[in-house]
Unconditional design. Structure first.
Length: 461
């Protein structure tokens, strides 16, 4: 450990819980991504927002790099301490602060895990609008910082769209509240109030502009009924046309989760079936809401699927999708299968009509890099899709070899019209190529973090 960091932590913040041994720091070297590890000099398990503010103020004065870690489920490298320095572990800030049923808002600390949050809201008959696919271990602050999506995205789009406001600490230790809570005593009830939307500065920012210490989210009633259905299509083109039609008809209103699967993923779940008998693309939908309204939408969805060359696909629903949704076993499960010891996941946003191009990219990766196992899937949103290209590899023997494959895949996805999502460090090179956009990010970074201490390397900053 650097004596400089240990000296100022001990002398200036003697009450904080500091981890310094190699054994204690080992869990902070990586997240769930393929991004190379970083070795921090120290980690601090914070106990209050005030402690976060004090840490940032002193780190800023000493020009010590600071990274933020919640559940470590990020698959784009945002929590990896590439520049060493200090890791602030916010998983210990895990309290539910307020459930305001009248305003329809819940306020939590960033380290609260989604499982605990959902359990706390269930007695009220309420839930939050979007729950990420990494929900069993993911924290609310991490979901805000990394633009999470998952259950609720077809109805509500992304996690960021469900945020009412935030409390965040800037690089110099100043504390800011956004939305209506910027006015003392007003509390959180609207995101868009006076002036521009400062909440958005910290959503998807991977802790490059500030450290989130409180999150206010909209509340929604728990659906009284849930059911799943799967449709199979002869090819991705007709599958994409069906998805566009249901999105344009607002038939996502009762869809809490939707995932699309390509041919090899389908075959992996139904190995006994002949390949010729299986569709080339499948869309699984998890619907929830009032009984009559769900039945109404189900009938419309079946009709719409037939109009686009689709058929009911109950075999896939029974073998995989229904169990996935009922057990809420979200962790990367939309890929359809696991293989080897680890996966490198490239997540991007894409317009729905680019679905065939995404799946064609997956096939090309299989041809170019056959020593890895490749998977492809999409997650349905109210508009557009989020597409995942996944390379499964053996961590012990193939980690170095998979790096150029992942980089090449990222470049190709951008070339076909996909946009980096959950950028972290995995997509940093592609974000940097976004000219004026990245220049504006650099300008914001220079104003809010002139010493450049917050999460160096994330978003190419």
């Amino acid at each position: 450990m650097s004596t400089d960091v240990s000296d100022w932590l001990a002398a200036e913040l003697p009450g904080v819980t500091v981890l310094t041994t190699s054994v204690d720091l080992f869990p902070y070297e990586r997240d769930a991504s393929v991004v190379p590890r970083g070795i921090p000099e120290a980690a601090v398990q914070v106990r209050s927002p005030e402690e976060v503010a004090a840490l940032l103020a002193r780190a800023n004065a000493h020009r010590t790099p600071v990274y933020v870690r919640g559940g470590g489920t990020m698959y784009a490298g945002g929590a990896v301490p590439r520049a060493g320095g200090l890791v602030i572990d916010v998983s210990t800030l895990d309290r539910l602060l307020e459930v305001d049923v009248a305003r329809g808002v819940v306020v939590v600390e960033p380290g609260m895990k989604f499982g605990a949050l959902l359990a706390a809201l269930e007695p009220y008959g309420l839930t939050v609008g979007v729950v990420p696919v990494t929900a069993p271990a993911a924290t609310v602050g991490g979901a805000a910082s990394a633009h999470a999506l998952g259950t609720g995205s077809p109805r509500n789009q992304s996690f960021a769209d469900e945020v009412v406001g935030l409390e965040a600490v800037l690089a110099d230790g100043r504390v800011i509240r956004t939305g209506t809570a910027a006015v003392a005593g007003a509390g959180w009830f609207q995101r868009y109030a006076m002036g521009p939307d400062l909440t958005g500065l910290f959503l998807g920012g991977d802790a490059t502009l500030g450290v989130i210490t409180k999150v206010a989210l909209w509340l929604h009633p728990l659906p009284e009924r849930r059911t799943t259905v799967c449709f199979g299509f002869p090819d991705a083109v007709r599958g994409a046309h069906f998805v566009l039609a249901l999105q344009n008809a607002a038939l996502t209103r009762h869809v809490w989760y939707g995932a699309g699967y390509e041919a090899l993923t389908i075959r992996a779940r139904l190995p006994a079936a002949g390949a010729d008998a299986l569709p080339r693309f499948c869309l699984g939908l998890d619907l929830g809401g009032e009984h009559a309204l769900v039945d109404h939408d189900l009938e419309k969805l079946h009709t719409l699927a037939r109009q686009h060359g689709g058929r009911d696909f109950p075999e896939f629903d029974a073998a995989y999708f229904r169990t996935l949704r009922e057990q809420q076993s979200w962790w990367y499960s939309f890929a359809g299968y696991f293989a080897r010891s680890r996966c490198a996941l490239m997540m991007s946003s894409l317009p729905t009509d680019r679905l065939p191009a995404l799946l064609a990219t997956v096939d090309r990766q299989r041809g170019r890099w056959p020593h890895f196992t490749w998977g492809g899937a999409v997650v349905l949103c109210r508009r557009g899709l989020h597409g995942a290209v996944i390379a499964f590899y053996d961590e012990a023997t193939q980690w170095e070899a998979v790096q150029p494959a992942v980089a090449a895949c990222g470049r190709e996805l951008v070339e076909i019209g996909c946009v980096p999502y959950k950028s972290g460090k995995l997509w940093a090179a592609e974000v940097e190529r976004c000219g004026a956009y990245h220049g504006a990010l650099r300008d914001l970074k220079a104003r809010l973090d002139p010493q450049g201490i917050l999460s160096p390397g994330n978003l190419g900053l």
